[in-house]
Design a protein around this ligand. Structure first.
Ligand code: 13P
Length: 249
């Protein structure tokens, strides 16, 4: 069976001082978790988060990674920098990166290739907008994003990647996909992975739900067979809410 993974995506929140408070509070609250626990923090918090989380069951992740190894890429962050700071996971292709910062399926693919080469555990985000869902395009959009992200990536490498299905209309809106909507689309995404890589990979791959996941809806979502965890935004910023979600998973 797939081990659930709950990851917090802090987005552009928490200074280093605030990071210290949150991680220090979280450590005792999630210590008995049965799932993998990850916090994807701003770049400036990674080294501190990794230092605080050392020896605990909390793993640290970043929210982006450059496709190049080094050089003239103002504003980007390299695999070597992330590794040295202590990141183990990395979120790639979040819808906010796609929406506001020009991320495309091609750049997501380049970043994923680099992350795998450099030994990170990537969390690749896919998901449709409200217009796309209402236009009946949810499956075609998710398929295009998954196929684009995994271009040129071997089955062996793909198995270790986590996909986060995050319907854009559910992010930060308080509108969660219903348990059945999330389960159905994640099941579809798994079928796309199966077409690409076969059943051994699609059965092993962990696919999370993300979008207004919170203490009230975690149980229903996690009870669904296709949903292997969550990528949590707003509710990951409070230790009580995040640890509640972790301990239900
Ligand atoms: P919210 O949980 O705030 O809706 O954010 C979800 C998300 O985008 C996680 O990556």
């Amino acid at each position: 069976m797939r081990k659930p993974i709950i990851a917090g995506n802090w987005k552009m929140n928490k200074t280093a001082a605030e990071c210290r408070t949150l991680i220090t509070e979280l450590i005792p609250k999630v210590k008995d978790a049965k799932c993998d626990v990850v916090v994807c923090v701003p770049f400036t918090d990674i080294a501190l988060a990794a230092e605080l989380a050392a020896g605990t069951n909390i793993k640290v992740g970043a929210q982006n990674i450059a496709w190049a190894e080094s050089g003239a890429f103002t504003g980007e962050i390299s695999a070597a920098m992330l590794r040295e700071a202590g990141a183990e996971y990395v979120i790639i292709g979040h819808s906010e990166r796609r929406q506001y910062f020009g991320e495309t399926d091609a750049t997501v693919n380049s970043r994923l290739v680099r992350a795998i080469e450099a030994g990170f555990k990537p969390i690749v985000c896919v998901g449709e907008t409200l217009d796309e869902r209402e236009g009946g395009k949810t499956e075609s959009v998710c398929k295009t994003q998954v196929v684009g992200a995994f271009k040129g990536i071997s089955a062996d490498a793909a198995k270790g990647v986590v996909i986060a299905y995050e319907p854009v209309w559910a992010i930060g809106t308080g509108k969660t996909a219903t348990d059945d909507q999330a389960n159905e689309t994640i099941g579809y995404i798994r079928s796309v992975v199966k077409e690409l890589y076969g059943a051994a990979v699609s059965d092993a791959m962990r696919i999370q739900y993300g979008g207004s996941m919170n203490p009230k809806n975690v149980e229903g979502l996690m009870a669904k067979p296709e949903i292997d965890g969550g990528l949590i935004g707003g509710a990951s910023l409070k230790s009580d809410d995040f640890s509640y979600i972790v301990n239900k998973a």
